[in-house]
Write a protein that binds this ligand. Sequence first.
Ligand code: ZN
Length: 242
Amino acid sequence: MKSKTEIIKKLIYESKHLVVLEGNGLTQENNYPSFLDDDWSYRIEEDYGYSPEELLSSTYFSTRKDRFFKFYQEEIICEREKPNAAYQALAELERQGILKAVITRQIYGLCREAGCQNVYEFRGNIHRNFCSKCRRSFTMEYMRENKIPTCPDCNIPIHPDIRMFGEMMENSIVSKAIEQVATADVLIALGIDMNSSFLNKLYPYYKGDKLVLIKSENHFMDYQANYTAYGKISELLPKMIK
Ligand SMILES: [Zn+2]
C-alpha cells in the first residue's frame, strides 16, 4: 500500500496546473506570528494596549505613527528565521516547472525569499517599501533603523507595501489568483483549515477534485478535502518532491 506522502507526490507530479495556498499554519511553523493566533494576540494586547488588527490598521498608521512603527518594528519586521524546508520545496517545485502559482495572504514574503517567483500576495509583502509620493524604494534596514521611516525627499512616512486592516486588497491580484485556482487541477492548502476565510474565498472557483490539505492538526471539517496529510509541513512537503 502506498503511503499518503507517496500518493500526494504522485498527484503533484501528474498535475498539469498545481497551485498552492500558503496558510498561517505554515508561517507559524516557521516561527512568524499569525493574526489568528490567540496567544500572540493576547500578548500584543497586554504589551501595547491594542489588538494586532488595531495596531496594523490604516487608522493607527495615520493617527499614531510613532506607536504604529514601534509595534511594526518590534513585532512584524524584526529579524526572524529564514524560510524553512517547506518553502525551499515550493521553490524547487516551481523551478521544476510543476508549481504554477502560490497564493497567500501572509505578509512576510517567505515564498519569494525562498525563490518562488509566481506569488500572489493578497496583503502585500513587508520587504517592499516605497514612498507613496515619489516611489523611491527603501531597504528593510532603513525601515528597521529609523524611528519613523520617512522619505527624505518628500518628508512623509513610508507606508510599507502591505494591505493594512481597513485597507482594500488589490483587486487585480485577487482576480489573477482566482484565475489560477480556476485553472488548477491540483490545489494544495498548506497549514489551512477548511473553514478558513482565505480558503473559502478561493475554493468556490476550484473545478478539480484534488484538494489536498497538509497541516499539523486534524480539524472536524477536513473530510471535505480530497486528500489530507498531518504533521510538520516542513517535514512532509520535502518528501513529496523529487
Ligand atoms: Zn518620496
